[in-house]
Design a protein around this ligand. Structure first.
Ligand SMILES: *Cc1c(COP(=O)(O)O)cnc(C)c1O
Length: 388
C-alpha cells in the first residue's frame, strides 16, 4: 500500500537527486578528505561545493557555514559557544516552545547554575515582544529563539526579535530547522549571530546539520579533536551526507516558491476540509503567521493517538500532540504553553506536508477522517456526553 506521508516536520524523504549526488561517496569515492593523496584529497572539494550550496540557501558566505551531525548538535554548539565567551554572565533567555534540543540544553545549564527565562506564548502561539525586551538583562549571555515552531508551525518575527536583542548587544541564536526551504532566509538582512539547520528536515539524510556563524562572531568548538571544518568542528566529515545536504539546499531554493503555493494550497484544502466535516475541531496556532506546510488540529473528545492508529491502517502518517513516551502520555509542551485545554491537546494531530504530497493524498485523508472521528467519539464517554 502506498504511504501517505504527512509527517514532514518529523523527517522527510531523501530526494532522488540527493541520493544520486551521494552515491559516489558511498561507493568508489571513500577517501578521507584530509588525506595528502589525490584519491582522498579530491573529496574535500565536494564538501566545499556543499558548503556553497548551503550558504546560498540563506545568502551567507561559505565560510560562515559549519557542518555538524544534526540540528541538535548545531543548537547545542551555538549555545555552548555563546556561554563560553561570556563566562561572567549567567542568564539564558529562550522560549517555552523550543525544540528539546534547546529546551533541555537550557534545563541542563540550569542545573549547572544558570538562570533561564522561558518566555511564554499566547493562545495563538505568539511571543510578546515587550516581554522579550524587558527580560534581557546585563547578565544575559545569549538569547535563543526558534524561527518557526515544529509542532504548531507558528513563525516568530525574527527581524523584530533580532533588532531588540542586538540593540542590547547580546548574542542571538535561532533554530531555523523548520524554516529552511519553507521561508526565504537572508542572513545579510538579519542581525542573527548563529542559526541552526538540519539535513533530514529538507529531504537529505539523517545525521547531518549545519550551523551558520556570522562572520565576526566569536566561536568556540563543541566537538574537540582534529582540524576538520577549519578547527570549528572536529571529526572526519560525513562526506556523503554533507554532499547530499548541499544538494538538498540547492533543491530547497528551487522549490521554495512551490512550498508557498502548491504545498500551502494542499495544506489549506486539508485543513478547511477537516474543519468543515469534523465537528468540534479547531486549528492550534496563529493561522496567519504560520509555515505553509503545517496544520495542527485538535479534535475534541478523541485521543490523538487513537486517530493516528486509525490513520495508520490506511498507511497515513501524521503526529499527535501527546507523544507516548515510555508508556506515559506526555502532552505536548508547545500546546500546553499555548493554553490549549487538555481535552484538546489529547485530541491533537499535526499534519505536515512537503512538495512530494499530491491531491490524492489529501483526498484520502478527507475521505476517511470524518468517519474515524465519529466512530472514536462514539467509543469515548465524553463523545457520548456531547451528543446528548
Ligand atoms: C528536528 C528539529 C531539530 C533537531 O534536528 P535533528 O537533526 O533531528 O537533531 C531541532 N529543532 C527543530 C525545530 C526541529 O524540528
Amino acid at each position: 500500500m502506498k504511504v501517505v506521508y504527512l509527517d514532514n516536520n518529523a523527517t522527510t524523504r531523501i530526494a532522488d537527486e540527493v541520493r544520486e549526488a551521494m552515491m559516489p561517496f558511498l561507493t568508489e569515492l571513500y577517501g578521507n578528505p584530509s588525506s595528502m593523496h589525490t584519491f582522498g584529497g579530491q573529496v574535500h572539494r565536494h564538501i566545499e561545493v556543499a558548503r556553497e550550496q548551503v550558504a546560498a540557501l540563506i545568502n551567507a558566505e561559505p565560510g560562515e557555514i559549519i557542518f555538524t551531525s544534526c540540528g541538535t548538535e548545531s543548537d547545542n554548539t551555538a549555545l555552548m559557544s555563546a556561554l563560553e565567551f561570556a563566562p561572567q554572565k549567567k542568564h539564558i533567555l529562550t522560549t517555552r516552545v523550543e525544540h528539546p534540543a534547546v529546551l533541555n540544553f537550557c534545563k541542563a545549564m540550569y542545573r549547572k547554575g544558570y538562570k533561564i527565562t522561558f518566555l511564554p506564548v499566547n493562545k495563538s502561539g505568539r511571543l510578546d515582544l515587550e516581554d522579550l525586551k524587558s527580560s534581557i538583562t546585563d547578565d544575559t549571555a545569549v538569547v535563543s529563539i526558534m524561527h518557526a515552531n515544529n509542532e504548531s508551525g507558528v513563525i516568530f518575527p525574527l527581524n523584530e526579535i533580532a533588532d531588540i536583542v542586538k540593540s542590547r548587544g547580546v548574542v542571538l541564536h535561532t533554530d531555523a530547522v523548520q524554516t529552511a526551504g519553507k521561508l526565504p532566509l537572508d542572513v545579510r538582512k538579519l542581525p542573527v549571530d548563529m542559526m541552526s539547520f538540519s539535513g533530514h528536515k529538507i529531504h537529505s539524510p539523517k545525521g547531518v546539520g549545519a550551523l551558520y556563524v556570522k562572520r565576526g562572531t566569536r566561536f568556540s568548538p563543541y566537538i574537540i579533536g582534529g582540524h576538520q571544518e577549519g578547527g570549528r568542528r572536529a571529526g572526519t566529515e560525513n562526506v556523503a551526507s554533507i554532499v547530499g545536504f548541499g544538494k538538498a539546499c540547492e533543491l530547497a531554493k528551487k522549490y521554495l516558491p512551490d512550498e508557498n503555493t502548491k504545498v500551502r494550497a494542499l495544506r489549506d484544502r486539508l485543513e478547511q476540509g477537516l474543519l468543515k466535516t469534523c465537528p468540534d475541531s479547531r486549528v492550534n496556532g496563529d493561522v496567519e503567521s504560520r509555515l505553509p506546510n503545517t496544520s495542527n488540529i485538535s479534535f475534541e473528545f478523541v485521543e490523538g493517538e487513537a486517530i493516528l492508529l486509525r490513520l495508520n491502517e490506511y498507511n497515513i502518517c501524521a503526529s499527535s500532540g501527546s507523544a507516548c513516551t515510555s508508556g506515559s502520555l506526555e502532552p505536548s509542551h508547545v500546546l500546553r504553553s499555548m493554553g490549549v485545554p487538555f481535552t484538546m491537546i489529547h485530541g491533537s494531530v499535526r499534519f505536515s506536508l512537503s512538495v512530494n504530497n499530491t491531491d490524492e493524498d489529501i483526498d484520502l485523508v478527507l475521505k476517511i477522517m470524518p468517519g474515524v472521528i465519529k466512530e472514536l467519539r462514539e467509543l469515548s464517554p465524553y463523545g457520548r456526553e456531547v451528543k446528548k
